[in-house]
Design a protein around this ligand. Structure first.
Ligand SMILES: Cc1cc2nc3c(=O)[nH]c(=O)nc-3n(C[C@H](O)[C@H](O)[C@H](O)COP(=O)(O)OP(=O)(O)OC[C@H]3O[C@@H](n4cnc5c(N)ncnc54)[C@H](O)[C@@H]3O)c2cc1C
Length: 405
């Protein structure tokens, strides 16, 4: 019998495993992952940005955990020698009409207690000489890292503490009883006193398998990227973002210098026909049927018809993708861009068609379900793990140590 079973070996499941050992150093823990290695889905296909928390509603979980997570992620990387760079980013108003939106975002950043600066076009040019902008916010706290590397370190720390990582093991059924949880998988069953669902793109299905019917469903949104040809990397110094549409939950195509030196451009956001569908042609009958018969999808499509269509056009037309990027850097040409691997975001959508904006966790009797952990959950992962573990009840035969918060 395990004390804790974690479903999902992405950055959130792994950080939860680490946090368990910080509180219960002698716990018996198993982390169950269906793939042959950790960090194979959202965690291994993201932009690699250590976000600051500027965008999020003050006091929301996203705002709090991103701000604290920004700090804890940097500390973790320093402590474990993981390559990262707190290079800062600029959020740019490319048209005069965007200045009021930029100023609103600046105010939000101040409310989120961030030390940021509002700069004019000249100072912006000093920082990013190729960017066209009427003004910008400088966010010095933002940085870059490889979250796959961070996750591998989390995994090795779990194993050092005696935790088991069961790879190639897909969770299929869950029976939550009064004193234990039985988890049936493709490789036999596990019994644990508590289970934490960190299944990302499948978190709603895992919750349902445990008997938790929610008023939301995970829909997969593919984010497609290009990268700049090596000889064009000089066009981007660090991280260059547009002012986001405040009504749309995605940040808009941007430029990201990656920790390995490449420069990525993207991502857009289109509904994927498969939950883990990284190519345009990827298709899964069950995933697609579930999405298309979900009333929340159609209600959402009604709200974002214009934005959704633009995302699709950008997906199929490199010319249109380039045009969006040219708003930030007019010198970019179609031939400067090479296709790069895509990622798929897990976004919870409610039955009424609204996107679940904040992180969402359901606390059951013996199971906990992290049902919505989209961006900036990689940045915030250490904080999410700590918070979940803080809420675990005391277990009688387990010695606790002070949880570092
Ligand atoms: C394109 C893109 C760009 C992003 N950019 C950033 C960024 O720059 N900064 C940032 O902070 N965040 C970013 N994010 C968000 C961030 O990557 C995610 O929020 C985070 O990785 C979520 O981690 P997770 O562990 O919840 O999910 P995942 O990494 O998806 O892990 C879930 C795991 O559960 C496993 N699993 C699922 N079902 C089962 C089952 N039945 N049995 C066993 N295992 C199962 C899966 O195989 C998977 O490994 C981005 C995301 C995307 C997609």
């Amino acid at each position: 019998m395990y004390d804790f079973a974690i479903v999902g070996g992405g950055i959130v499941g792994l950080s939860t495993g680490m946090a368990i050992f910080q509180r219960f150093p002698n716990a018996k823990v198993v982390l169950i992952e269906k793939e042959a290695a950790v960090a194979q889905h959202q965690t291994g296909h993201n932009s690699g940005v250590i976000h600051s928390g500027i965008y999020y509603k003050p006091n929301s979980l996203k705002a709090r955990y991103a701000r604290q997570g920004n700090q804890s992620m940097k500390e973790f990387c320093l402590e474990h020698g993981i390559d990262h760079d707190i290079c800062g980013k600029v959020i740019v108003a490319t048209k005069q009409e965007e200045i009021p939106l930029l100023d609103n975002l600046y105010q939000r950043g101040l409310e989120n207690k961030l030390k940021i600066r509002r700069v004019g076009p000249d100072e912006l040019k000093d920082m990013e000489p190729h960017v066209n902008g009427h003004g910008a916010i400088v966010v010095p706290q933002a940085g870059i890292v490889d979250y796959r590397q961070v996750s591998e370190k989390f995994a090795s720390l779990i194993e050092e503490h005696g935790g088991e990582i069961a790879l190639n093991t897909k969770v299929e059924k869950i029976y939550e009883e009064s004193d234990e949880v039985t988890i049936e998988s493709s490789r036999g069953s596990f019994k644990a006193r508590f289970m934490i669902n960190c299944a990302g793109l499948h978190s709603d299905r895992v919750a349902l398998a445990a008997g938790y019917k929610t008023d939301m469903k995970i829909l997969p949104f593919r984010g497609e990227y290009y990268k700049l040809k090596p000889e064009k990397r000089y066009l981007v110094n660090n991280l260059i973002y547009p002012v986001p549409n405040p009504k749309f939950p995605f940040l808009g195509v941007h430029f990201t210098r990656m920790i390995g030196g490449e420069v990525e451009a993207g991502p857009n956001a289109v509904l994927s026909f498969k939950r883990e569908g990284y190519k345009k042609t990827d298709f899964d009958a069950r995933d697609l049927a579930e999405a298309l018969t979900y009333s929340g999808l159609w209600k959402m499509a009604g709200k974002f018809a214009k934005e959704g269509l633009e995302e699709y056009v950008r997906s199929f037309s490199k010319k249109r993708f380039t045009k969006s990027l040219q708003e930030l850097i007019p010198e970019i040409r179609e031939e400067d861009l090479i296709p790069a691997p895509a990622g798929v975001r897990a976004q919870a959508i409610k039955n009424d068609g609204n996107m679940v904006d904040d992180f969402q966790v359901i606390y059951g009797k013996r199971t906990i379900h992290i049902c919505n952990a989209p961006s900036p959950a990689a940045t915030a992962s250490i904080e999410i793990g700590r918070e979940v573990v803080k809420r675990l009840p005391k277990l009688t035969n387990l010695k606790e140590t002070a949880l570092i918060v």
